[in-house]
Design a protein around this ligand. Structure first.
Ligand SMILES: NC(=O)c1ccc[n+]([C@@H]2O[C@H](COP(=O)([O-])OP(=O)(O)OC[C@H]3O[C@@H](n4cnc5c(N)ncnc54)[C@H](OP(=O)(O)O)[C@@H]3O)[C@@H](O)[C@H]2O)c1
Length: 260
């Protein structure tokens, strides 16, 4: 059985960087996203491993099931990066409900469905496997005007941590990742405009991907890429959520605004 690593949201940003990094480690890849053209361009860059593409909108449960059937027709998944996600930066109660609905659908429903399906698949083949959940620094730091996104990533953290305990003693190892701001399509897709100064603090997805893979190889269960993010996580643990929300709201109002 051929072994593959599956990445959702591989058509852009962190997912693309992860694909390139995993290929350097000679891992065969199954890459998915809605934008097939971008997936094809990525595939053309990777020559040393087997790369399979599957176009899917993960909000559609049938497409998720079709993705699993596709995987099982090719081989088995021994690594899963549950990465697809998006946000919508706007004061809660303003803007379009449809945008928030999409955040909930992708970050919560599709995320959970894919995790469920891949764990079933991994339990069936029983080979040593890794499952990686991409959360966010907003799982620790509540970000005003990004309430639904922050809550969705808190959900990811809680779900991941419980499943991690449930799966102890099986060949499936779980890792959760909490990136801070990165230079990807995320800011634009999330209706955020950053000041020039703030843009300079964003991490390159390639650096985050390298850090993640190294940390996973070392067996780290909780991965916070970047020194500043590690420090912020530590500092945040000393304060109440309501205090953090107030302070973060004040600070970020100087450098983030909603684009529309
Ligand atoms: N960038 C940041 O500042 C930041 C910080 C913390 C955490 N994160 C998290 O990191 C992960 C990757 O984000 P990124 O920064 O790489 O953002 P990105 O460049 O916008 O990439 C998001 C990916 O999600 C996929 N996606 C969105 N909706 C989808 C859907 N309905 N079905 C299938 N795929 C869908 C997109 O693919 P298609 O458009 O082709 O479908 C795209 O490949 C996300 O979970 C995000 O929440 C990002």
């Amino acid at each position: 059985m051929k072994e593959y690593y599956l990445i959702t949201g591989a058509s852009s940003g962190l997912g693309t960087a992860l694909a390139i990094e995993l290929a350097k480690k000679n891992k065969n890849l199954i890459l998915t996203g809605r934008n097939f053209q971008r997936l094809q361009l990525l595939k053309e860059q990777i020559r040393n491993v087997d790369v399979e593409l599957f176009q899917a909108d993960l909000r559609d449960e049938t497409q998720c099931l079709n993705l699993i059937s596709f995987i099982e027709s090719k081989g088995i998944i021994v690594g899963f990066f549950n990465n697809a996600g998006l946000g919508y930066y706007k004061t809660f109660g303003e803007g379009d409900w449809g945008n928030l609905r999409e955040v909930i659908d992708v970050n919560i429903s599709s995320f959970t469905h894919m995790m469920f399906l891949v764990i079933q698949h991994m339990k069936k083949h029983r080979r040593p496997s890794r499952l990686v959940s991409i959360a966010s620094m907003t799982s620790f730091l509540p970000l005003p005007h990004f309430a639904v996104y922050s809550a969705s990533k808190l959900y990811v953290k809680r779900l991941h941590n419980i499943v991690e305990v449930e799966l102890r003693g099986t060949p499936i190892r779980l890792h959760s990742v909490y990136p801070g701001g990165m230079h990807t399509g995320f800011m634009k897709a999330s209706n955020q405009t950053l000041s020039e100064k703030a843009s300079k603090t964003l991490m390159a997805p390639e650096v985050v991907a390298r850090d993640m893979i190294l940390s996973i190889e070392r067996g780290k269960k909780v991965i916070v890429p970047g020194f500043e993010n590690k420090l912020l996580k530590l500092i945040s643990s000393f304060f109440t959520e309501s205090f953090l929300t107030k302070v973060i709201g004040k600070v970020t109002s100087n450098f983030i605004r909603s684009s529309t």
